[in-house]
Design a protein around this ligand. Sequence first.
Ligand code: PBG
Length: 336
Amino acid sequence: MAKTNKLELIHRPRRLRRQPSRRALVTETVLRVEDLIAPLFVVDGKGRPEVIASMPGVFRLNIADLVKECRELHALGVPAVALFPKLDAKLKDEEGTEALNPDTLVLRAVRAVKKAVPELSVITDVALDPYTSHGHDGVLTEAKDDVDNDRTVIILGKMAVLQAEAGVDFVAPSDMMDGRIGAVRKALEAAGFSDTGILAYSVKYNSAYYGPFREAVGSAQAAGTRLLSKATYQMNPANRREAVREMQLDVAEGADIVMVKPAGPYLDIIREVRNNARLPIAAYQVSGEYAQIHAAAKLGWLDLVRCRDESLLAIKRAGADMILTYFAKEVAKALR
Ligand code: PBG
């Protein structure tokens, strides 16, 4: 009998990869435009879009330009935006007083966007970092050596009510104080906002990947100083079991959607949360993840578009139902 090089194999996974149509049939994960949430930065005044050096293609927009951007995102089918204000340094103080100004920048931005594009869902951060001179997410203890949990939570409840009044669809507590989801839910109920949802930054790590964002909102002044470490409230990157605990607490306190952040370096955490939660899960592909892909592409070391798409597909595959990403607009265009 003639010798052949053929192995006697029953199982050949490559059969399913033989041609594009076969590969299409067995695709397990699909990224949809409906999965995307666009984070946007807003500034006061009438100036031109401001460049953020470490985030190519992302700008700080005045309210009129922000509204225009929101119309475009809506027309592309992106269901939601998350708004972040960049305040003038002179509006910041130790207590983050400006956060409770009923006419503060982000609230004016929300009203303008909801008026122009009511169908677009609007999400706002509930945390003090854009408003505090020290850049922390809350107010400090008397000894000024840490963020005061309980005093901060009371302020966050008031902030959430102001955002609900301005018309947001979801408030997004991103501060990692204990008990804030319950306090925010209670404050919203007491003010009659039972339809305003809570997208909880439930599993938020103390990550170096937030660097470019802190430049974007100007919350980085104290970076490098002992005080700006957020390690006493954001999670230790070494911990996975604790992610489930944080998620379960937020679910019990009334979260509607739970979030994991960052996303790419924490795919195992997204999966862990997915396996233990019944609620929808959001993941935040943060500024540093975006910057990393752009930087390598700029050096000619990585293919921007393919890495962009692969990074988002991986986050979805890990178990995220929705993704906050600075790539939202260009991916929405590409998916058309
Ligand atoms: C603030 C906040 C941060 C981000 C979203 N909300 C930064 C921080 O906690 O210091 C980071 C987003 C990004 O890096 O894209 N509470």
